[in-house]
Design a protein around this ligand. Structure first.
Ligand SMILES: Cc1cc2nc3c(=O)[nH]c(=O)nc-3n(C[C@H](O)[C@H](O)[C@H](O)COP(=O)(O)OP(=O)(O)OC[C@H]3O[C@@H](n4cnc5c(N)ncnc54)[C@H](O)[C@@H]3O)c2cc1C
Length: 436
């Protein structure tokens, strides 16, 4: 089992400590006899949920074999290191697609299950765990547990959204969904306030499988809450797919390129560009689902200090005032970036005891790391999330307090009973500090 001190990072590129990396190459190999291990997928989590400061990472990306795919039923069985992009390449020609996908296809199956990821169709199809019919979990004592919605159900509920802490997911079976081809048809529609967003979103969720909005977090108070809602459905079309983009962020700039001036200027242009109001648009699935994957290493634009992402969900009753207050605070702070996403979750209960999705509106924003002022702004957003009875997404987090986490995820103590005694993460130690 090759080992080394390679520098594994998470997507936010924040300066975390080092960890030993153990490269896994076969799903049949035993786990190493180490005291503190954590599976690592493709590092697309933003903070420390995929890191294990001073411990070891079990790099699972090379567990990348397809085991079976039935083009009649759309069930795929594969190892946990397979990327979503690799699944799409295999199954789309037979008319199948992922039932749920996050905003990047460069995630592994294991990582997507461990964070119970959601996509633009949460209001229709829920989260990733709803489509996993079986998974195989390897514990540090060598025990292998076959889990599913009807099999070892408690272990399944702990492992879906379990942040890699219950053991190593070796393989999983996923039920794919039928599509007529690689195209999505729908609209881009401008809205000028949060009230308008909620009305448009309600109406769109009825007729469209995918709905998501970009929001202008730098708008002046009079225009606060304006943005662009995108909605779409899979659709047939007989057009040649575009070539994948070869754009790449070639270097890490010495300072963040994201500042109040650049954000304000970009947002103004983005909101007013003609494509922001396009009824009946046709997209290839790649730019529709994965616009940022077209720019390699875009996370470098935040410079050497990296960035934080903040993603919260606020229950429906309080969503309007809570989000309005968050946008006001972000606007006053002069922080925040062009990457600001707003969506409403549906009310299908999540399958994992630690899953993040729950009914309400979810807002996700990037913030360049400017040290104390950024941390203090994020804590003040947490105050709003806490008072509204919402939650913050661990996959995106690098700083929430233990008290916040324990309020957001009240089942955390019960979940602790399923954590493998030899597994841990920087995130888990931080959010259970002084309490375990
Ligand atoms: C541009 C971008 C857009 C995104 N959009 C969304 C979105 O729309 N919705 C959403 O939900 N998320 C989104 N994310 C977050 C991303 O989907 C999750 O963080 C995902 O879990 C990352 O998968 P990964 O394979 O990179 O896993 P990692 O980030 O490496 O690990 C994630 C977690 O999975 C665990 N893990 C990894 N492999 C295994 C395994 N084999 N067995 C057990 N545990 C394992 C790790 O321990 C860790 O806790 C986005 C991220 C980016 C960069």
């Amino acid at each position: 089992m090759p080992e080394g001190k390679s520098k594994k990072m998470s997507w936010g590129r924040l300066p975390f400590g080092a960890q030993r990396v153990v490269e896994l190459s076969s799903r049949f190999q035993a786990l190493p006899a180490l005291d503190s291990m954590l599976p690592y997928g493709n590092g697309r989590s933003y903070g420390d949920v995929c890191l294990n400061d001073s411990g070891s990472l079990l790099a699972a990306r090379r567990l990348d074999r397809f085991i079976a795919f039935d083009p009649a039923s759309g069930v795929i069985d594969c190892e946990a290191g397979v990327l979503f992009s690799e699944i799409i390449d295999l199954v789309l020609p037979s008319g199948w697609f992922l039932p749920v996908t996050p905003g990047t296809c460069l995630v592994t199956v294991g990582g997507a299950i461990a964070n119970d990821v959601h996509g633009k169709n949460h209001h229709r199809l829920g989260s990733m765990g709803h489509h996993v019919s079986e998974l195989e979990l390897l514990r540090s004592d060598g025990q292998v547990l076959l889990c599913g919605p009807q099999l070892n159900r408690e272990w399944f509920a702990a492992t879906v959204g379990g942040m890699g802490l219950t053991g190593l997911i070796r393989r999983a079976k996923i039920q794919l969904r039928r599509v007529p081809g690689p195209w999505v048809r729908g609209d881009n529609l401008r809205f000028s306030s949060l009230d308008e967003f909620f009305a448009l979103s309600r109406e769109s969720d009825r007729d469209y499988e995918y709905t998501v909005a970009w929001i202008d977090c730098a708008a002046a108070a009079a225009r606060r809450g304006r943005g662009i809602l995108t909605r779409g459905n899979h659709a047939p079309a007989n057009i040649r797919p575009p070539r994948p983009s070869a754009l790449c962020m070639p270097f890490i700039p010495p300072v963040s390129l994201v500042n109040s001036l650049s954000v304000r200027a970009f947002n103004q242009l983005y909101f007013h560009r003609p494509a922001s109001q396009t009824p009946d648009a046709l997209w290839h699935y790649r730019p529709f689902f994965y616009p940022l994957d077209g720019i390699g290493d875009w996370n470098r634009m935040y410079g050497p200090r990296g960035f934080f992402q903040y993603q919260c969900v606020v229950p429906p009753g309080d969503a309007g005032p809570a989000l309005n207050e968050m946008l006001a605070r972000i606007g006053r702070s002069g922080m925040g970036s062009f990457l600001a996403v707003l969506k409403t979750f549906g009310d299908r209960p999540s399958p994992g005891m630690m899953s993040f999705p729950r009914p309400g509106a979810t807002l996700a924003l990037d913030f360049p790391n400017r040290g104390a002022p950024t941390l203090s702004l994020l804590e003040s957003l947490d105050q709003i999330t806490r008072s509204a009875g919402g939650a913050v997404y661990p996959a995106k987090d690098a700083r929430m307090s233990a008290a916040s986490f324990q309020q957001y995820f009240p089942e955390w103590r019960r979940f602790g009973e399923f954590v493998d005694p030899r597994f841990s993460s920087s995130f888990w130690r931080r959010v259970t500090k002084d309490t375990t």
